[in-house]
Every structure is written in structure tokens, then in C-alpha cells.
Design a protein around this ligand. Structure first.
Ligand SMILES: [Zn+2]
Length: 305
């Protein structure tokens, strides 16, 4: 019955005369991907994100509203590298949308287009931590990877809607130019702090720090995804005192008690940086995300000398 109806619907669609193609409905797992899709898709697409930028993207609670959106999606775009492994696979299955099942053309992971750091060598074991078994999934925090993601979106949208390919290409070119200009400003602002050592809570920042010349020495988490332990916290205090490290960068969804107590012991400062678009009201675009984080870092560095 279902198959018959489906076949009939397909037949009807095929006989409808050619007209302006409807918007591509894109679902992304994170707001960063949604923001980049919007840059190149403009009003030719509709885009929605499952996780909000203020949520920990490794752990997202399912909601029925996600399924309704996934059922309608033409394209589902994930970060990949198992960032979403704890919550996305059941949503995809339950959506029953044949287009967005893994291995179908309506599902894509942006990691395949990006430079990936911290790819484990040799065998991966649980002892290495709970997350990041395939490399660091926080790669969107290097603008060069943002550029690659935008290009991948432009190419994919063009293949889905060849009639609009020129517009997608044009929008990508504009984004690329805007990003290159913004990067010059960001690099200039952080240039005086090149080589500065920092501690971060989770390994969210290697891409950002490598690009902008900051040096991540250690983490509040003893292993990715593992909460702080007293022994590791003590080690961290000693490292910070010995090396004169003052800043602890923390994502907005982590408990501030341990970072605050470490900062108090070393005369340092906790800085809540946004790892994602949508982390707060001031970070609603990919550009604003870097503006916000870089301005905050500059003011924090200047305070601690
Ligand atoms: Zn992570």
C-alpha cells in the first residue's frame, strides 16, 4: 500500500511542469555547521540545527521535535569523528527518512573535508578517555576548516540544485573573501600573545590555538570526557605555578568549581570561551564566534599580564 502510494506520488511529481525548485531543507547537528550552511545557502535553503551552541555537543538529549524535523530533511550534516555517536544514530533510525540514512546521499560528515588533529596512533582503548577516539572533532574552530566546510556545502547544494549552482558559487566566493579579511584582523589582535601558554577544560581548542599561535599545555579533564580528579588537579596547579600559566579556558557547559579553585590557587583567571555559534546572544554567526572569543582572550591576557 505504502509502496503504491509512493510510486503514484513520484509519478505525479514527475509530471508536474518544471518550476522554481523548492528550498533545500538542511538539518545540521550543530549550530556551527548551520551557520556555515547559511553563509553559502542564503535564502535558497532552510537550515535547522539539532544541538544548541550552549550545549555540550557530545551529550545531547533527544526531543520529539528533532524527529519531526529529520523526517522532512533533504540533507543531514554531522560533524563526525564520533562527536555525535551518543545521540545521533537512534535519531536517524527513528526518523525513517530514507534520504538521510548513513551511506545515503542525504547524509554527510564534514570531518572528511577538514584538517583533523590528534588522530590516535595505534590501538585506541577506553583508557584514552571517553570521547575523541578518531581524532579531535572540534575542528570548526580553525577558520581554515570553516572555509573547507563552506566549500563542501556549496558543492553539495550545487549538486542538489544545479539550477542555482552559480549563486552558491558566488556566495561561497563572498564568504571566502569576508573570512580572509576577518582572519587578518583576528591574527593581528592575537599577535602580541603568540606562544602564550594556556590550560583548557576539554580538548575543544587545539584547532583554534594552533591556528592563532597559542600553546595548550594541559587540560582540567584528565582525559577527554573524564571529569576532573583531585590528583590531576594538583598536578595542574603545580604546572601552572611552575610555568607561570594564568588562563584556564572553559566551555560554557562545564562546572566552574574546579577551574575556579585552580585559578584562585595560581592567581589566574577562568575565561568562559564559546566553542560554538549560538553559545550566547553575541555569537549568532561564524564570524561573531571568533570576534567574541578573540576579544575576550585579548582582554583576559591583558588583565593577567
Ligand atoms: Zn570533545
Amino acid at each position: 500500500m505504502f509502496k503504491k502510494t509512493f510510486a503514484l506520488a513520484a509519478l505525479l511529481l514527475a509530471t508536474v511542469p518544471a518550476q522554481a525548485a523548492s528550498k533545500i531543507y538542511v538539518m545540521t547537528t550543530t549550530e556551527d555547521l548551520a551557520a556555515l550552511a547559511r553563509e553559502v545557502g542564503g535564502d535558497l535553503i532552510t537550515v535547522d540545527s539539532i544541538a544548541k551552541g550552549y550545549q555540550d555537543p557530545h551529550f545531547v538529549e533527544s526531543k520529539p521535535s528533532f524527529l519531526l524535523k529529520l523526517q522532512k530533511a533533504d540533507l543531514l550534516v554531522a560533524v563526525g569523528l564520533q562527536l555525535e555517536i551518543g545521540w545521533l544514530p537512534p535519531l536517524i533510525t527513528q526518523s525513517r527518512n530514507p534520504k538521510i540514512q548513513p551511506a545515503q546521499s542525504g547524509y554527510m560528515e564534514m570531518s572528511q573535508f577538514c584538517n583533523i588533529l590528534e588522530i590516535p596512533q595505534g590501538q585506541v582503548t577506553r583508557a584514552m578517555g571517553d570521547v575523541h577516539p578518531m581524532g579531535n572533532p572540534h575542528y570548526w574552530l580553525n577558520p581554515e576548516n570553516g572555509r573547507r566546510i563552506a566549500k563542501a556545502f556549496a558543492d553539495r547544494f550545487s549538486s542538489m540544485q544545479p539550477a542555482n549552482a552559480a549563486q552558491f558559487a558566488q556566495r561561497y566566493t563572498e564568504f571566502d573573501k569576508h573570512l580572509s579579511e576577518a582572519e587578518k584582523g583576528w591574527e593581528a589582535k592575537l599577535a602580541p600573545y603568540k606562544g602564550r601558554k594556556v590550560i583548557t577544560y576539554h580538548r575543544s581548542w587545539p584547532n583554534f590555538c594552533e591556528h592563532f599561535g597559542l600553546n595548550v599545555v594541559d587540560y582540567v579533564e584528565p582525559k577527554p570526557g573524564i571529569p576532573p580528579t583531585p590528583a590531576h588537579t594538583l598536578d595542574l596547579i603545580n604546572v601552572m605555578l611552575r610555568e607561570g600559566i594564568k588562563l584556564i579556558l572553559v566551555e560554557p557547559y562545564f562546572d566552574l568549581r574546579t577551574p575556579n579553585s585552580i585559578a584562585a590557587k595560581v592567581g589566574g583567571q577562568v575565561v568562559v570561551l564559546m566553542p560554538s555559534v549560538g553559545g550566547n546572544k553575541e555569537t549568532t554567526t561564524y564570524f561573531q564566534l571568533f570576534d567574541y572569543d578573540i576579544n575576550l582572550l585579548v582582554s583576559s591576557f591583558s588583565k593577567v599580564k
